[in-house]
Design a protein around this ligand. Structure first.
Ligand SMILES: Cc1ncc(COP(=O)(O)O)c(C=O)c1O
Length: 401
């Protein structure tokens, strides 16, 4: 049997995660004793807060290790709703919250609940690559809107308005953004909301997984705070991975209208089952006691170092990120130049050359839906590591002729 040919058409349409793949290639070189400057890793090298660790240990000791309801422990759903209500002056109940195994997992559930064949989901790019593939897995079409550097990589009301069709089911907004680090201001979100208010049947998916990683912290604004009309059709997707440095605990959530949450719970009852109980217990203690990320300042310092070091590489132009743990420089000055006799055509080729000759792992802008750029991650690098290693990228780039 030709096994590959017999796989589903669904999986044949899907590209594997570029971030996972780049990371795997970098780790392979490292295993062979080669020093690789890894700027492709989306992980966070910060310790899990003690309060979460202690709650998990207690859960194990108390044998709180059985299934929970598919939507998550009621206590955790309430802790999440309460935290949003405290932080943004909202009125969510636990019935508005679904807990899953990370933000990636709950977004997958949400796409399963929303997407029909022929639906379009508006995806402003650059963006987190998994949105495209999750939408495609459920037979819908990602309607890509390229938001260039001239718009600070953000969707504008004009672009949104131009791209809405009768097939539009939802629009995804991610703030702070992976990979650009851009943050939507209240005014910018209000402009987008004005357009959406004319289209009652379009959902808003608001991915705020980096909500606490913003400089200043107050620059983050949640779209649901704009009006009841907007809140009633927004589904927030968030989690503890980035804000609290707890990527491996795998806790994420959806917050939205009860009908969506109940449908998502039904979906999850046949897929995930329930999120890991020990992790749920850790998240309850954490979210009931810690509203602000303990790492905001560390991220700001890493971002500042990254910006300072990148400024030394004249061939890579960029705008300063305001949040998250990425920077998205342009390679347009290098395209058409030669490296070791090879003419540079695009970001994918840049990444291949960078890994092969410079031992630097980076993600091509193409994977994030915007060609001509690179995604550099610094979530897993200390400021000292950034300072020590950025010369490697500088040297590599300076070898283009
Ligand atoms: C924008 C965005 N959304 C969601 C996720 C998934 O996060 P989680 O670890 O909670 O699954 C990521 C992870 O990199 C991300 O960058």
């Amino acid at each position: 049997m030709n096994i590959k040919e017999n796989l589903s058409n669904r999986i044949k349409r899907v590209k594997p995660s570029v971030t996972n793949d780049s990371n795997r290639q970098a780790k392979e070189l490292i295993k062979n004793g080669i020093h690789v400057f890894n700027l492709s890793n989306g992980d966070i090298s910060l310790p899990t807060p003690e309060i979460a660790k202690n709650a998990a240990i207690e859960a194990i000791e108390n044998d709180d290790t059985k299934y929970t309801l598919a939507s998550g422990k009621e206590e955790l759903r309430k802790a999440i709703a309460d935290q949003y209500n405290r932080k943004y002056d909202l009125d969510y109940k636990y019935q508005n919250v679904l807990v899953g195994s990370g933000t990636k997992n709950v977004l997958f559930t949400l796409m399963g609940v929303l997407c029909n064949h022929d639906d379009e989901i508006i995806v402003p790019t650059p963006c987190w690559p998994s949105y495209f593939e999750q939408i495609k897995l459920f037979g819908a079409t990602p309607k890509i809107i390229e938001c260039g550097i001239e718009n600070n990589f953000k969707l504008t009301a004009k672009l949104l308005s131009k791209n809405i069709t009768t097939r539009t089911k939802a629009v995804i907004l991610n703030s702070p953004n992976n990979p650009s680090g851009s943050i939507y201001s209240k005014e910018e979100l209000a402009e987008l909301a004005k357009v959406l208010e004319k289209h009652d049947d379009i959902f808003i998916i608001f991915d705020d997984v980096y909500s606490e990683i913003a400089s200043p912290r107050s620059s983050f604004y949640n779209i649901v705070c704009l009006s009841k009309n907007i809140q009633n059709r927004t589904i927030i997707a968030g989690g503890i991975s980035k804000n609290y440095g707890m990527t491996g605990w795998r806790i994420g959530w959806l917050i939205g209208p009860e009908e969506i949450i109940s449908a998502s719970s039904s979906f999850q009852s046949h897929s995930l089952g329930s999120a890991v109980t020990i992790s749920q217990d850790a998240a309850i203690s954490l979210l009931n006691h810690v509203d602000e990320s303990p790492f905001n300042e560390i991220f700001s310092e890493r971002r500042k170092t990254m910006v300072e070091e990148l400024r030394k590489i004249k061939e890579l132009t960029f705008i300063e990120p305001q949040g998250a743990c990425y920077i998205f420089p342009s390679i347009k000055k290098l395209v058409g130049k030669k490296y070791d006799g090879v003419i540079l055509k695009n970001s994918k080729q840049f990444c291949e050359l960078a890994l092969k000759y410079g031992h630097i792992s980076v993600i091509p802008g193409e994977a994030c839906g915007l060609e001509g750029y690179l995604r550099l991650s610094f979530g897993s690098l200390t400021s000292a590591q950034i300072k020590e290693n950025m010369f490697q990228l500088k040297q590599f780039v300076e070898n283009f002729r």
